[in-house]
Design a protein around this ligand. Structure first.
Ligand SMILES: Cc1cc2nc3c(=O)[nH]c(=O)nc-3n(C[C@H](O)[C@H](O)[C@H](O)COP(=O)(O)O)c2cc1C
Length: 338
C-alpha cells in the first residue's frame, strides 16, 4: 500500500468543499503554513497525504539546490498537491530570493505561499509560470493590495498567530469577516486554529478554510525534538510572548527563559535590536527545536497552545478536525434554527 493511501484520513467526510479546496485540488480546507526549520518533506507530505495542503519552507533549505532535492524528496512521499513557502523578510544579508524562486519554478511546483514584505516581483514571476499564489498577510489593506497584484488566494493571520501578527493587534474574530467583506478571491483564515470548532468558525466568518502552524508542530511527523512538542502541550493560551514590539516588528513566540529575557531587555527606553541579537538568532532556535534544549533560543508558537493537549499523527489530527467540523455543521448548528 502506498504511503498516500496508508495515511489517508479514514472515517471522516470524504471532502469538505470550498473555493480553496477547488482552487488547490485538495480534499479538506486545511493548510500547513510555512514554518522555518519545521516545514520539511516529512510534515508537508503527511498533511497532503491526509487531504490537506502541506507546504515546504524554502529558506529552511541552505541553498536553492537543496530546496530542489527537498521538493523531490517530498514528491517521493506523496502524490498529492503540496506547496512551497517563500518568506520575504528584511535582512542584513538577504538570501538569494531569485534563485530560490527559480528552484521552485524549475521544480514544477504548482502552489506557492508567499509571506512578508513586497512580494510583487515574486508574484509576477510565479504567475507568469502558471503557479497558484497564496499570499499570507495580517491586514485587510495588505490582502487587498495582494489581490490587486494578482495572487489567487489570501491567507490572513489574526493577532493570535505564531510568528509575525503585524502591528494592528486585530484578532481573528474581527479580522476574518472584515477581510471577507472586501476580498473577492478565496481566503483562508490563520492564527489560533487547531480543531474542528475553529474550522467551522472560520467558515462561518466568511473564510474558505484554515491555515495552521503551531498545531501541526505538535504532531508525530513534525521534525522536531519531543521536548519541544511537549512544551506546546504543557503551555496554555497565555504561554506566548510578544517580542520586538518597540521595534515595530512584532513577533509572537512561545514563552520561555529566552523570550522573557528579550521582552525585559527591550523594555528599556533606548533598547535596540543589537541588545537582543545574541538571544534571537535563528540558529539558536534551531538548536531548541532539534536538541530539545528549551532555553537555547526562541520557539515560535501561538495562543492555540491553550487547545493543544496531545501529539497525534497528522492523519489522526486531520480526521479529528474534519469529523468534529462535520458534526458541528450537521448536528449542532441545525438544532439552533427553530
Ligand atoms: C515554528 C514556526 C515557524 C514559522 N515560520 C514561518 C516562516 O518561516 N514563514 C512564514 O510565512 N510563516 C511562518 N510561521 C507562521 C505559520 O506559517 C502560520 O502563519 C502561523 O503559525 C499561524 O498561526 P498558528 O500558529 O496560531 O496556527 C511559523 C510558525 C511557526 C509555529
Amino acid at each position: 500500500m502506498s504511503a498516500a493511501v496508508a495515511n489517508k484520513v479514514s472515517g471522516a467526510a470524504k471532502h469538505l468543499k470550498t473555493r480553496f479546496t477547488e482552487l488547490c485540488g485538495i480534499d479538506y480546507p486545511i493548510v500547513q503554513g510555512g514554518m522555518m526549520w519545521i516545514g520539511r518533506a516529512e510534515l508537508a507530505a503527511a498533511v497532503s497525504n491526509a487531504g490537506g495542503l502541506g507546504i515546504l519552507t524554502a529558506l529552511t533549505q541552505p541553498t536553492p539546490d537543496a530546496l530542489r532535492k527537498e521538493i523531490e524528496r517530498c514528491r517521493s512521499m506523496t502524490n498529492k498537491p503540496f506547496g512551497v513557502n517563500l518568506t520575504i523578510l528584511p535582512s542584513m544579508t538577504p538570501p538569494p530570493y531569485a534563485e530560490y524562486r527559480k528552484a521552485i519554478i524549475d521544480s514544477g511546483i504548482k502552489i506557492v505561499e508567499t509571506a512578508g514584505h513586497n512580494p510583487q516581483e515574486h508574484v509576477a514571476d510565479f504567475k507568469a509560470n502558471g503557479i497558484i499564489v497564496v499570499h499570507k498577510c495580517t491586514a485587510v489593506r495588505h490582502a487587498l493590495s495582494a489581490e490587486r497584484m494578482g495572487v489567487d488566494a489570501i491567507s490572513i493571520d489574526g493577532f493570535e498567530c505564531a510568528g509575525h501578527p503585524g502591528e494592528d493587534d486585530i484578532g481573528g474574530l474581527v479580522l476574518i469577516p472584515a477581510a471577507a467583506d472586501k476580498v473577492k478571491i478565496p481566503m483562508i483564515a490563520s492564527g489560533g486554529f487547531g480543531d474542528g470548532r475553529g474550522l467551522v468558525a472560520a467558515l462561518a466568518l466568511g473564510a474558505d478554510g484554515i491555515n495552521m502552524g503551531t498545531r501541526f508542530c505538535a504532531t508525530v511527523e513534525a521534525p522536531i525534538h519531543d521536548r519541544a512538542k511537549q512544551l506546546l502541550v504543557s503551555n496554555d493560551e497565555r504561554g506566548t510572548n510578544l517580542i520586538f514590539r518597540s521595534l515595530k516588528n512584532t513577533a509572537r513566540v512561545g514563552k520561555n527563559s529566552v523570550s522573557d529575557k528579550v521582552v525585559e531587555l527591550l523594555k528599556k527606553p533606548d533598547a535596540k535590536f543589537e541588545d537582543v541579537a545574541h538571544l534571537v538568532k535563528g540558529a539558536q532556535g534551531r538548536v531548541l527545536l532539534e536538541n530539545g534544549d528549551l532555553d537555547a533560543g526562541l520557539i515560535w508558537a501561538g495562543q492555540i497552545q491553550g487547545l493543544i493537549r496531545d501529539i497525534p499523527t497528522v492523519a489522526e489530527l486531520m480526521e479529528r478536525i474534519v469529523t468534529e467540523a462535520t458534526d458541528i455543521i450537521q448536528k449542532r448548528l441545525p438544532g439552533f434554527v427553530a
